[in-house]
Design a protein around this ligand. Structure first.
Ligand SMILES: Nc1ncnc2c1ncn2[C@@H]1O[C@H](COP(=O)(O)OP(=O)(O)OP(=O)(O)O)[C@@H](O)[C@H]1O
Ligand SMILES: [Mg+2]
Length: 263
């Protein structure tokens, strides 16, 4: 360890071009283990593209992406998720016809190692793993305040609860890195306050590293130790909440101002 910082995620000189559009330009991000890290920027800035690059939906045009020291750029999504990266989606992806509990159990499945035959014969291994699955899934639902809704169909949940359910599904995979794409979207002030607390609790309870994209500055400023601002695919700056809030380039990008200040 001497002098070596343990990074959960290291994005180095990453570029991504989509026929004519440079969605990511020379992105450099270091996320320490156990950190909550924010990515903000105007619509179309290239935030979700970064998550797509980290999770293997796209391979970068150039550059390196390391997860806990291992190069993952260009690996297939299933391999990256097996390594311990889980995400939530800007457009919620749940099984609407399944209950809350079934949605969580489905996400837990890849931790199961019993065979088809174990299942048919209901062997000890099968029974032990089924019991553990139930315990883990119900425990996470309890901690995130969805236990009482466990038998409801996911599609019947209010929007904010659906977003929480997505987070539960990401946690039960056992991931070490959680990528949350606009978890506070559509939430009112009270809900986003609760979400901030949930995110902090998750980090503590599950020892995960979290990268969060959001437009809700109250959530971002409250939970993130470091924040990177992206605009037109490029990094404007990285810093703490206070540093970001007083950065003139950030203020200009957000307000769309192009004033004549040259300092
Ligand atoms: N598969 C793709 N093919 C072509 N262009 C794409 C693709 N995915 C993203 N883009 C483009 O890349 C740019 C960045 O998109 P991205 O979805 O990463 O933005 P974002 O910062 O997440 O925006 P928002 O805040 O609206 O979610 C946009 O111009 C978008 O149209
Ligand atoms: Mg997006």
């Amino acid at each position: 360890m001497s002098g070596q910082q343990a990074y959960a995620l290291e994005i180095t000189d990453v570029c991504k071009n989509f026929s004519g559009i440079q969605a990511s330009k020379d992105i450099n991000i270091r996320v320490k283990e156990g950190e909550i890290y924010g990515i903000i920027g105007p619509n179309g800035a290239g935030k979700t593209t970064l998550f797509n690059l980290i999770t293997g939906v796209y391979a970068p045009t150039s550059g390196s992406i390391r997860f806990l020291g291992t190069e993952i750029a260009g690996k297939p999504t299933h391999e990256i998720s097996q390594m311990g990266i889980a995400r939530t989606f800007q457009n919620i992806r749940l099984f609407g016809d399944l209950t809350v509990y079934q949605n969580v159990l489905t996400a837990y499945q890849h931790n199961l190692t019993y065979s088809f035959l174990d299942g048919i014969l209901r062997t000890k291994k099968f029974r032990q793993q089924e019991k553990k699955a139930e315990e883990v899934c119900l425990d996470v639902l309890r901690r995130i305040g969805l236990y009482d809704l466990r038998d409801q169909h996911a599609s019947k949940l209010p929007y904010g609860q659906q977003r929480r359910l997505e987070i539960v599904r990401a946690i039960v995979t056992g991931a070490k890195l959680l990528l949350l794409d606009e978890p506070a979207a559509g939430m009112n002030e009270e809900e986003s306050l609760e979400l901030s607390q949930i995110i902090k609790d998750i980090r503590k309870d599950y020892h995960v590293t979290i990268v969060i994209i959001d437009h809700h500055m109250d959530v971002i400023m409250d939970v993130c130790e470091q924040i990177t601002v992206i605009n037109f695919g490029e990094m404007l700056t990285t810093g703490t909440a206070e540093e970001i809030q007083s950065n003139q380039a950030v203020i200009d990008a957000y307000l769309g101002v192009n004033d004549d200040a040259e300092d």
